[in-house]
Design a protein. Sequence first.
Length: 118
Amino acid sequence: VQLQASGGGLVQSGGSLRLSCAASGGTFSRYVMGWFRQAPGKERERVAVVSWGGVITSYADSVKGRFTISRDNARNTVHLQMNSLKPEDTAVYYCAGRDYSATHYDHWGQGTLVTVSS
């Protein structure tokens, strides 16, 4: 499956952004989908994950209560709604997918930059 992320940009602290990831070329409904981010000089961090059916979600502690992951299997898309953004949320955000039977994410989008100004 090929993944295309979009929706990044520059936003002020406290603002909101919605990231989208469009999937093509595979059976999207089989995939666990996640959003990851990597800030300059830092390791990649898993931000949010949604199960293949969309029922189960999990979040990094740093974004709980502020970010919401969702998916639309009919449209082969996954979204990350980001509210109450903080400067420390500044990073390149990547969507990624893995088959529900796999243990590693093996499909990655190209990344979209989110910059939060203070």
